[in-house]
Write a protein of this length. Sequence first.
Length: 311
Amino acid sequence: MRTRLAARADPLWDLMLAVHMIRGQPGDLLHSGWRRQAVAALRRGGMSGRLGLLSALVPTLGYFPDFLNPPEAATGLAHGLEAIRSTPIRTLTRELARLDVKATARADVRLLASGDPRALAVLTDGISAFHAAAIAPHQRELDKAVNADLTARAAALAENGVEGLFGSLHPMATWSAGELRIPGHPHQVIELRGRGLTLVPSAFCVRHPMTLFDEGLPPVLVYPVAPATGALAPGNTGLHALIGTTRAAVLDAIGTGCGTTELAARAGVAPASASEHAAVLRAAGLITSHRDRNRMLHRLTGMGRALLEGP
């Protein structure tokens, strides 16, 4: 009964996952255009020296500290940064001890673990600089992608309740016998114990939904959102000329997989039109579709991804 959708993307979850993305991740072909622009912006700003501590805390794969994603960030980046600066020393010490950092960063991480205000300021200044250069210029399109996804999730919730909402996450999550299972997620069991679950959309989440490490924190599930056309994907004008702008948008909107209703919301077309375009793309071998109860679910094929990636 306490399951809910976040009203918007979480700026700090987006940022930490964008740090992953700036280095490249398996299955992130749709983010290559964003990566080129973000790297160029970071270089123009001469920010390499300001991001060392942030980079050390967020490795390419694996654990990164929960204190980097405080619940206060749901109300805005400034509130999230203030919460990071106010993290208790015992929390910093415990969570940073789990990290395996490079020798060059160990002194800075030890200083941060002690609660040193200067180290906390360096960290939050780096987060602000990264956000301004790599995320803020794309915020409008990112919001468009998230809002389209939330519209589809809300429709699933309204039509079929929480079970329908969880069902809309298939195939990246499956709901059965009172458990929400995440295929491919590192083994972790989180008992809600009446606390509820908040679903948080993120256009920078690619491989599978993610959770916080500490089971005692408010439970969240950060899940992938397909980028809106032009948001993170490279501008592939050749593809538009080949199959048409609307059909290219439908192909792009499928992203990590979705149902027809969600596809229509993401691409900004009517459900009947989305179904027709999906049929054409499926016949061309660019997507696959299979029925899950009363939903038709679509996924990109290798050839579909290759076309979206472009030259």
